[in-house]
Design a protein around this ligand. Structure first.
Ligand SMILES: [Zn+2]
Length: 507
């Protein structure tokens, strides 16, 4: 009798609490004995198989333990030649962040010397790996006496050998007042100095090869003259009165964050007038409202009185008085201009451009006040060389703006911005009339500018907040070989980032 037959035969007992009859009791006892015997046999078999399985598992683990070192012996990392290994180690010095830091590599990750004796040997054999160092000033006795860990610094410097140029980052709490005297014997080799935090004085002797000086949090610092005949780059964060006394006439790169205090325009202009060799200037300034109205009313100087910066190619400025400043500068070599959080004046830009005769390639407009589409068209008319335009919180893709860019709207006139390759608009609010142009009108405009006569297309962006329009024969924007971060969709919008819509137009 099969299991199901047995079950159905005793269904009346198995599905109730009824008492079995005496004959049924005897039969059921027999069934119970049979089942118990079967279970006992199965359990014995299970134990036997489990023992076999455990033996196999042990052997499996032993085999794996044996395999691993042999596999490791064949690992590709062992075949990496030393020169490649060194290159990888050099990559561990990531670029540091920070707006006022002009060139910043971090020291190598010391952890790589702890991996194995071979790596440690290789790392210690390359002085260049140790030529970037960070010295932090700490309190040792808990009573506010700050000092550098000289023995640690000496160990690091000895690894850097005696020839490599040195890039040094010094950190100190704001309240510390200690001089990095350990630097004195290396002055002839120091290429970069970054001073971060509390004030300490630099040695007064000459820095023979110092190219880059970064000062962050330099409040109330009073340096003597810093003798640095090779100095090219200054990154500075602090008040304009605290700027270090360095040879400004030889600087090629100047990054200033002067937002700690309000900045007098005349003081700022005085600094610029000394920087005749600048190639790149980035500055963030604040200005008191009272000063602003006073300075806005000062009439601009004659053209010949303007400050001429013959080499300045990149100018980035966040400053309420940008037009006031542009009225006082002549920048014939200007290629990229970024203006932020200021107002805009078409007439001042027009005279700035005609006085300078620059061939501007890229302009970035961030949170500009008083710039309407007529100002924008004036800008394009004044700047036919323009290839890339980026706007955040300034322009709207309205029908008027799009129509103005179409080529067939200029019968008898030349097309606006004939060299334009890219226009990026980050829209963080709606225009007063609330009207944003239809996609088809944008495609018509882009097609009208394409000499091939082929239709432009709308490209899937993968994001509901991003619209991408491309002409058929699109030229990837690549000013100086680099696609602008905005076009790469890496634009970080400071204000209302959740509500923004980004439009990319590729021509
Ligand atoms: Zn934005």
């Amino acid at each position: 009798m099969g299991d199901s037959q047995v079950k159905s035969r005793y269904h009346h007992l198995l599905s109730t609490n009824d008492e079995p009859s005496p004959s049924e009791t005897a039969e059921i006892r027999k069934i119970v004995e049979q089942r118990e015997t079967a279970i006992g046999q199965l359990e014995a078999q299970i134990i036997e198989l489990e023992e076999t399985l455990n033996v196999l598992k042990d052997r499996h683990k032993r085999e794996k333990d044996l395999l691993f070192p042999f596999q490791s012996a064949l690992a590709p990392i062992r075949r990496v030649p030393c020169d490649i290994l060194i290159e990888i180690f050099l990559f561990t010095r990531d670029w540091t962040d920070g707006s006022s830091v002009i060139r910043g590599l971090a020291p190598i990750t010391v952890g790589i010397t702890h991996v194995c004796s071979h790596w440690r040997r290789v790392a210690l054999s390359v002085p260049m790996l140790w030529s970037i160092m960070e010295a932090t000033c700490r309190t040792r006795d808990g009573e506010g006496t700050y000092s550098f860990n000289d023995s640690q610094i000496q160990t690091w410097l000895s690894r850097a050998g005696s020839l490599s140029p040195l890039d040094i980052i010094c950190r100190a709490p704001y309240q510390a007042s200690v001089s990095p005297t350990w630097m004195n014997q290396y002055l002839h080799r120091i290429r970069t100095i970054s001073l971060i935090g509390g004030c300490f004085e630099l040695p007064s002797e000459t820095f023979d090869v110092l190219e880059v000086l970064n000062m962050s949090g330099a409040y109330g610092r009073r340096e003597g003259d810093i003798s640095a005949p090779a100095l090219l780059r200054l990154g500075f964060e602090g008040g304009i009165e605290d700027l270090p006394r360095i040879p400004y006439h030889q600087l090629t790169h100047l990054h200033l964050d002067l937002t700690t205090y309000s900045t007098r325009p005349s003081a700022f202009l005085a600094v610029l007038s000394r920087c005749s060799a600048l190639v790149e200037l980035r500055a963030l300034c604040y200005l008191e409202a009272s000063l602003m109205s006073a300075y806005s009313s000062i009439p601009p100087p004659e053209d010949h009185e303007c400050i001429v910066m013959h080499n300045l190619a990149a100018f980035s400025m966040s400053y309420p008085l940008v037009p006031w400043l542009l009225a006082r500068l002549t920048l014939p070599a200007l290629k990229t201009l970024q203006v932020e959080r200021t107002f805009w004046s078409s007439s001042i830009y027009h005279s700035f451009q005609s006085r300078s005769s620059f061939s501007l390639k890229s302009i970035v407009l961030i949170h500009l006040r008083k710039m309407n589409y007529l100002d924008f068209f004036d800008l394009l008319r004044d700047t036919p060389s323009i290839r890339e335009i980026t706007s955040c919180g300034t322009l709207f893709p309205t029908p008027t703006l799009i129509a103005g860019l179409a080529s067939d709207s200029h019968q008898g006139f030349s097309i606006l911005a004939p060299n334009l390759e890219y226009l990026g608009i980050c829209q963080i609010s709606f225009p007063d009339n609330g009207f944003i142009v239809h996609d088809q009108v944008v495609l018509d405009m882009i097609s009208s500018r394409d000499p091939s006569g082929q239709r432009a297309v709308c490209v899937e962006s993968g994001s509901p907040d991003t619209k991408i329009f491309k002409s058929h024969s699109t030229r990837e924007p690549s000013l100086a070989g680099e696609i602008p971060p905005f076009a790469m969709e890496q634009h970080l919008c400071e204000d209302m980032p959740k509500n923004k819509t980004v439009h990319h137009f590729f021509f």
